[in-house]
Ligand binder design. Structure first.
Ligand code: ADP
Length: 362
């Protein structure tokens, strides 16, 4: 297949991760920076090797046999590379990628126009697929299964059902909340994968790659420092690299070493484990206001005047991963490692927190 490729611009969507640390006026610059750094092929995609190996097999089988690729679902916190994977897969397949998101497809007609604009073999990326309206989701099922779309023309007793045949396409779904997806939708994906936070070695490679692409000079210590404070998340690494580059340009003739990286990130209120002000405020509320928990997410959200969804999708997954908090049937609790991170003495009831923040990510 060697048709001319195009990539539709993404429909408007809200990414809670995007709303952190980035002033609105700067957003377009930040987005352009992230997009310029987006890997375009399997070889450029760093980390997540088991996933990439699986995808390589599927793409190769589809290409060599002229099959349409199966529908794939990628889950995981914001910034781990789900959108990037959709671009990489479309590139590797040599097909067009159409980009949209759950909230943007707000009625059946919108879904119909999206599906009928697809060409044979094209890929359709739906970000935040857990936010599709139920009526839209129900109409997606026959499209995914049988490549057909049922329309009703006219109203009342004279309405006529018309079935439209769609081209064979590949749906690439992304979600930060796999648990919110309905079973019928999950069943229709041939492959669902939970992306993991990146290991330190992969994060260092990502920082170095991004620095090289943007012609920023960085030494090993500088890359290690930025990688360590990026919460195992490539998007955060790219964002912090950009901020540190500014400090290095003003204070150190442009070269990023370990010292300038550490001092810039301290000034940006990103601590040695990568926690920012919101993460620390969250931990502090649980430790100090709620006596270490258990406490319900609604109470924490109200105390912080923050959206529950932001805490669940952006803050908690990482704090859980590194063992600073734990989830119990009665709510969230701060672990001994969580207290220690905040410089507080842990009460004896605090759970240990497993591997803690000095675990495999750091
Ligand atoms: P998500 O869709 O999961 O929120 P994105 O795919 O938008 O995350 O990734 C954010 C940015 O991080 C991308 O623009 C890209 O520059 C970078 N990135 C993501 N995954 C990788 C990776 N595996 N290797 C290198 N850079 C990556």
């Amino acid at each position: 297949m060697s048709r001319k490729r195009h990539i539709d611009p993404p429909a408007a969507s809200i990414d809670p991760e995007d709303s952190r640390e980035v002033a609105p006026a700067e957003r377009s610059g930040e987005q352009a920076w992230q997009a310029a750094l987006r890997p375009q092929s399997f070889d450029q995609y760093i980390g997540q090797r088991d996933l990439i190996d699986n995808l390589k097999v599927s793409v190769r089988a589809a290409r060599e046999n002229g099959w349409a690729l199966d529908h794939f679902l990628f889950a995981g916190p914001p910034g781990l590379g789900k959108t990037t994977l959709a671009h990489v897969i479309a590139n590797e397949m040599g097909v067009n990628l159409h980009v949209s998101s759950g909230p943007a497809i707000d009625h059946k007609g919108m879904l119909a126009s999206l599906l009928t604009s697809l060409g044979e073999g094209d890929a359709l990326f739906i970000d935040e697929i857990h936010r599709l309206a139920p009526v839209v989701e129900e109409n997606l099922y026959p499209a995914m299964e049988d490549f057909r779309f049922d329309l009703f023309i006219g109203e009342g007793p004279h309405a006529k059902a018309v079935t439209m045949q769609l081209p064979r396409f590949t749906l690439l779904g992304a979600t930060t909340r796999m648990g919110l997806l309905s079973a019928p939708l999950l069943d229709r994906f041939g492959f669902c994968w939970q992306l993991r936070y990146y290991e330190q070695a992969d994060m260092i490679a990502i920082v170095k790659r991004s620095a090289a692409l943007t012609k920023v000079t960085i030494d090993q210590d500088g890359a290690v420092e930025i990688a360590r404070r990026s919460r195992g998340t490539p998007r955060i690494a790219n964002r912090l690299l950009r901020r540190v580059r500014d400090f290095a340009a003003v204070e150190r003739d442009g070269v990023i070493d370990g010292d300038i990286a550490a001092s810039s990130l301290d000034r940006l209120a990103v601590d040695h484990a990568g926690l920012d002000m919101l993460d620390r405020a969250y931990l502090s509320v649980i430790c100090e206001r709620f006596d270490g928990g258990p406490v319900g997410i609604e109470a924490v959200a109200a105390s912080l005047s923050e959206e529950r969804g932001t805490l669940e999708e952006v803050v908690e997954p990482f704090l859980l991963q590194v063992g600073l908090i734990a989830r119990t049937p009665r709510g969230r609790v701060a672990t001994a490692a969580g207290y220690q991170h905040m410089g507080l003495a842990a009460p004896s009831k605090a759970p240990s927190g497993g591997q803690g923040p000095q675990g495999r990510l750091f």
